[in-house]
Design a protein around this ligand. Structure first.
Ligand code: GAP
Length: 533
């Protein structure tokens, strides 16, 4: 992971935000290559889910043909949106503070081990995961009990790593950055929405929130989309854009950021077919990542257990990736596909809902009035053919563009051997990004800066530039230029050499196989385009 982070900085994929002022925890900037990678991910998603979707035929696995449209709603919305959606009351994490180190931790992200030595039993907590967590807890226990490494056999471990949430009494807990016991506070709630104020006056009247998800913008525009287009259920509305969460412990590079981009679909269908649509989207979205190059064994589709399901959900599956910063066997979420029933449209119609037995009912205050009033607008759907009126069910595939970018980078990062200009195998770093995602599709080089080679290379570059992103480079040894493009993930390099002057052909080099072949210089655009599919 450290090597990948270094590459991202060195080659301009990702920088810490405001780095010259020391950075800002949980915020990241995309550099010249990173911005192209993320744009390609977003465009692949929009193209595959929205613009290239053919609404006249049912795609493989879909219960029926369906329509897809897009939306771009605002980041700041009416505060009532978040009250009715449940985010105002429920969107929080529990956190614990350390009185000694003054650090704050997410309660559900701390784990540790019980250990006994010198007649005392304590719980050693850590933020680390996997093997690192085992090493760190041992190191901390030795320090706490004033033992040397060679006395490690005096530590009697009682069970494996378990979450801090299993510990009832914090007086026996040694915090992750503490030297004394019992410095962690009881868990406290912390709302994750960023608060802001609309207008010049400030004050509680003008409080608003930066959206923590793009989804609600879709629900509140459900009627607008129905009334302004000819879409009919089943159909989906797609939206991508920034979301903001005041995460307590942003970490693992961009994985948990405070500002990030989501790519979400709210798919509206008849309640009787919603299970089948859920199954379709689960598979459709999983296949999307596979098609773009995430390997089967590091990618998995995991169904939530009933205890894990959100308060509104009748079924949820996560698409997860085994990120290298996680411990062995651990996976991190890339995307969630949730069956949300009619929860969202009903909430925005009637007011904030709560579960009562097997049903959702409007939450009431002490006077019997709705705790948060809905819009009162009719968000039901009338089917002209069956003459049926109903509240559609929603299937929500909700992805993160930044997490996808991180997973694609992790998957693409390779170190191997490639022959240098003398044919000697030398180590190289290469990003084996899927050509659709690669920032540049090709690079054009003259072998040397003389004999008319730069002129021909520039002509090729000019001809390719309107077709796809290409990079031109004539400086330095050609071997070094190849290496730079390998690190940038450029799938093809086109080189103008001595033979070009003789027969008008150029070499094309494949980044992954290192195969080189010759084509006529005027055909190289077509040749590359053929391989980009
Ligand atoms: N509308 C449902 C929703 O927002 P979520 O699981 O909270 O569901 C969906 O978020 C996706 O957004 C996640 O699978 C992840 O890819 C991305 N995401 C969520 N929080 C994030 C964060 N702090 N940093 C980066 N990406 C995040």
């Amino acid at each position: 992971m450290d090597d990948l982070v270094a590459l991202c900085k060195r080659r301009g994929f990702l920088f810490p935000s405001s780095e010259i002022y020391g950075g800002l925890n949980g915020f990241w900037d995309y550099g010249p290559l990173g911005v192209e990678l993320k744009r390609n991910i977003r465009e692949a998603w929009w193209h595959d889910m929205v613009t290239s979707h053919n609404e006249l035929v049912a795609p493989p696995g879909a219960p029926a043909p369906y329509e897809m449209v897009g939306l771009d709603s605002t980041i700041i919305m009416h505060p009532q949106v978040w009250k009715c959606s449940g985010h105002y009351d429920l969107f929080h994490d529990y956190m614990v503070d350390c009185r000694e180190s003054k650090k704050r931790y997410r309660y559900d992200q701390l784990q540790g081990r019980w250990v006994e030595a010198k007649g005392q039993r304590i719980f050693v907590a850590t933020e680390a995961q996997g093997e690192e967590a085992l090493q760190e807890t041992e190191h901390k226990a030795l320090r706490y009990f004033n033992l040397r490494s060679k006395q490690a056999d005096q530590l009697h471990w009682d069970g494996p790593l378990v979450p801090l949430t299993t510990v009832a009494d914090f007086s026996q807990v040694l915090g992750p950055d503490a030297k004394t016991l019992g410095t962690l506070t009881e868990p406290r709630e912390f709302n994750l929405m960023f608060k802001t104020y609309i207008g010049a006056l400030g004050g509680e009247e003008s409080v608003a929130f930066l959206r923590p998800e793009t989804a609600q913008g879709i629900f509140v525009n459900f009627k607008n989309v129905l009334d302004s287009t000819r879409v009919r259920v089943p159909f989906g509305i797609a939206q991508m854009g920034k979301s903001f969460r005041n995460e307590i412990t942003p970490r693992n590079f961009t994985f948990r950021s405070r500002e990030f981009e989501q790519m979400e679909i709210e798919f509206f269908c008849h309640p009787s077919t919603s299970r089948a649509w859920y199954e379709y989207w689960r598979q459709r979205r999983y296949q999307w990542y596979l098609d773009l190059g995430l390997a089967g064994e590091r990618l998995r589709l995991r169904d939530h257990s009933p205890e894990e399901l959100s308060h509104y959900s009748c079924g949820t599956a996560d698409i997860e990736y085994a990120f290298p910063f996680l411990g062995p066997g651990e996976f991190g979420e890339l995307e969630g596909i949730a069956h949300r029933g009619d929860f969202d449209l009903r909430s925005h119609m009637e007011g904030k809902l709560v579960r009562q037995g097997n049903e959702f009912v409007v939450q009431r205050d002490g006077d019997g009035k709705p705790r948060y009033r809905g819009s009162g607008k009719d968000l039901t759907y009338f089917d002209e053919v069956t003459r049926e009126r109903y509240i559609p069910h929603v299937i929500e595939p909700s992805a993160g563009a930044d997490r996808a970018a991180l997973a694609f980078l992790c998957e693409a990062y390779c170190e191997d051997l490639a022959p240098d200009e003398h044919g000697v195998p030398t180590p190289r770093v290469v990003l084996k990004l899927h050509p659709r995602l690669a920032p540049f599709k090709a690079a054009v080089f003259p072998l040397v800066r003389k004999d008319g080679m730069p002129e021909i290379a520039r002509e090729i570059y000019a001809a390719l530039k309107p077709c796809f992103p290409v990079f031109y480079d004539e400086k330095g040894a050609v071997g070094r230029r190849y290496r730079r493009q390998d690190e940038a993930g450029t799938p093809f390099c086109i080189t103008v050499d001595g033979q070009t002057l003789v027969d008008g052909t150029v070499t094309i080099r494949d980044r992954d196989t290192l195969r080189q072949w010759r084509v006529k210089k005027e055909d190289c655009g077509q040749e590359i385009a053929r391989h980009l599919k």
